[in-house]
Design a binder for this molecule. Structure first.
Ligand SMILES: Nc1ncnc2c1ncn2[C@@H]1O[C@H](COP(=O)(O)OP(=O)(O)OP(=O)(O)O)[C@@H](O)[C@H]1O
Ligand SMILES: [Mg+2]
Length: 282
């Protein structure tokens, strides 16, 4: 898709980001720009740093920023506390959602919505919003009275993550392997839920291992991340190439191949093909 972004300003600019966890460098100069209205897909081998990036964007204290910066709507995201990030519209769907025994989904969602809005949410409005979303995501109403993720199947947890996104209406949604563990029908339902969230003012960063999700969601840009950096960016065909050939051809052979010189915030395409025409300035 090559439509022009309706808002000129970038929603998210990750600029030369370096992150260390317990003294080990995980992200090694990551550049990524997401404009409002765009869906970006991030793929990469296990351990390449995808979840590290998503935790860092949300403000997990374990991840130390050793260099670089992140601008969100032009503001320094890294200086904000996690709840302030959420209030400004940043949302993360976890790769491994945590159970919260004792807290029902209904109470959890209402508290989250209150936190994000900074004001109480009328019961009637809350019920209406949730009801509509439950229906479209195929989640039985009875789930609202269950404890968050407590005893949920893998696929149920993923649906609940998308329910949270749909209720909270974020401006930037980072979805970390939301497609993993879903059966074929659930994959379609969840993909439809994500598609329904596509909006001119919203950016979505979808982390996935498989191109099957892209049978339903057409991304604007696909990025390949290897060893803490984005080494290639292109269109959906990049996901197909990965599926066919794996990551071998994407591993840098020399440091000079990496997108160090890509300029601020742009996900630089390295190598051949359409990848060179990544729309860093669309
Ligand atoms: N506390 C820690 N101490 C040492 N290494 C860590 C720590 N936390 C994360 N790492 C390492 O950081 C690297 C990146 O992990 P991350 O979870 O970001 O990878 P990922 O790309 O999301 O992988 P996957 O596709 O398996 O989800 C891994 O090698 C992981 O072992
Ligand atoms: Mg991960």
């Amino acid at each position: 898709m090559t439509k022009e972004s309706p808002i000129n300003q970038s929603l998210l600019v990750v600029d030369n980001l370096h992150i260390a966890v317990e003294g080990k460098e995980i992200l090694k100069g990551l550049n990524l720009t997401v404009k409002a209205g765009e869906v970006h897909v991030l793929m990469g081998p296990n351990g390449s740093g995808k979840s590290t990036l998503s935790f860092c964007l949300m403000g997990h204290p374990k991840y130390q920023v050793t260099a670089g910066r992140v601008l969100y709507k032009g503001e320094d995201l890294l200086s904000l506390a996690p709840n302030e990030r959420a209030k400004r519209g940043v949302f993360l769907a976890f790769q491994y959602p945590t159970a919260i025994p004792g807290v029902t989904i209904a109470n959890f969602l209402r508290a989250a919505l209150r936190g994000v809005r900074g004001a109480d949410v009328p019961v009637k409005e809350f019920r209406q919003v949730v009801k509509t979303q439950l229906k479209s995501l195929g989640i039985p109403d009875a789930f609202m009275n269950r404890y968050v993720n407590d005893g949920f199947s893998g696929g149920e947890k993923k649906r609940i993550e998308i329910l949270q996104m749909a209720v909270l209406n974020p401006s930037l949604a980072v979805l970390d392997e939301t497609d993993s563990g879903l059966d074929i029908d659930a994959l379609k339902t969840v993909a439809e839920g994500i598609n329904a969230q596509r909006a001119p003012e919203r950016g979505i960063l979808l982390i996935t291992h498989y191109q099957r999700m892209l049978n339903y969601i057409k991304p604007d840009v696909v990025h390949v991340m290897v060893d803490g950096r984005i080494v290639r960016s292109g269109g959906p065909e990049l996901a197909l190439a990965l599926e066919a050939k794996g990551y071998e051809g994407f591993r840098p052979t020399e440091p000079g191949h990496l997108p160090e010189a890509g300029g601020r915030g742009s996900a630089v395409a390295v190598g051949e093909g359409r990848g060179n025409s990544v729309r860093s300035s669309s």
